[in-house]
Design a binder for this molecule. Structure first.
Ligand SMILES: O=C(O)CCC(=O)C(=O)O
Length: 292
């Protein structure tokens, strides 16, 4: 679905002002929208996952380990596709709050694409370079949105998400360097950083982030981790046309409304990612290499 059509839909959970902020800025923080009951369930599921990670010595398709991870002291960058590892995650990601939040910015028919739980561990959780998401998972239009749920309070020194206001209306940048390495990184010199918005807020807040919006996050040098559950949805008529980097049996599920019989097409072109059909390693591997 395209922006002008989305504008006409009455929002279900957010205010008209919040929806307009999303359409204008490419991101909006909906504070404290998720109940403490849900947060407790999700944190409990996450604790189980962390417990299981003690046995893991190397990153794999499920766990991406943070520097210094060990049996005695787990440190995680990411749990990929949490929905495939604990039923609580799919319960939340397919429930009414999540699907209606997505519907408020993609239109009434909502399709799930993928999810990840980024931990940004205390005392050194790694930064994310500036980047746009859609080049990693192109769709026939730019409706895809990430819902970033704050599992704990997120303050300024925990590496909160940063976005560049209005950047979703600007160009798509190359996620390759000049030697054609996929780096998922935009040099700061190419950006107007005076338009940066910092998204801090209480546990239970959800950042709605458009797939074209330029964003990043700083390292976490505080002594509190910053777990964030990121789930990606699109309008049902927006069709992915490359391999899903975080595949799951749930990908393509309609979580709200109905499936599409016509595809929506945005004429603006999209850069293609490398062929990830044999496995995806997560962004950090690429960003750790120096952009040439
Ligand atoms: O977890 C973060 O701080 C950033 C996440 C992100 O940008 C992504 O997964 O694309």
């Amino acid at each position: 679905m395209l922006d002008d059509q989305i504008r006409l839909e009455k929002p279900l959970l957010i205010t008209s002002g919040q929806k307009e902020e999303y359409l204008e800025d490419g991101a909006v923080l909906i504070e404290s929208i998720v109940s403490e009951t849900w947060l407790k369930k999700i944190r409990r599921a996450s604790d189980e996952i962390i417990e299981r990670s003690r046995k893991i010595e190397e990153s794999n398709s499920q766990y991406i380990l943070e520097e210094g991870h060990s049996k005695n002291s787990p440190r995680l960058k990411r749990l990929s596709s949490p929905v495939d590892h604990h039923s609580t995650f799919w319960d939340f990601i397919s429930n009414e709050i999540s699907s209606q939040l997505a519907a408020d910015v993609v239109g009434p028919n909502v399709k799930y694409h993928h999810s990840k739980l980024n931990y940004k561990w205390a005392n050194g959780g790694t930064k994310f370079d500036w980047h746009q998401d859609i080049q990693s998972w192109p769709h026939t239009d730019y409706s895809p949105v990430t819902l970033a749920l704050f599992l704990n309070d997120c303050t300024s020194n925990q590496g909160p998400l940063l976005t560049i206001k209005g950047s979703h209306r600007g160009p798509l940048f190359s996620m390759y360097d000049k030697n054609e390495n996929w780096v998922l990184s935009i040099p700061e010199a190419e950006l107007d950083l005076s338009l940066t918005k910092k998204h801090t807020g209480p546990a239970g807040s959800v950042l709605l982030l458009n797939c074209r919006t330029i964003h990043s996050s700083e390292p976490n040098n505080s002594n509190q981790s910053r777990p964030m559950l990121l789930s990606v949805y699109s309008s049902a008529d927006s069709i992915p046309y490359t391999h899903n980097p975080i595949p799951s049996p749930y990908a393509g599920t309609i979580v709200q409304g109905k499936s599409a019989t016509w595809a929506s097409h945005d004429p603006r072109p999209c850069q293609l990612p490398p062929d990830w059909s044999t496995g995806y390693v997560g962004p950090w591997v690429h960003q750790d290499k120096e952009r040439q």
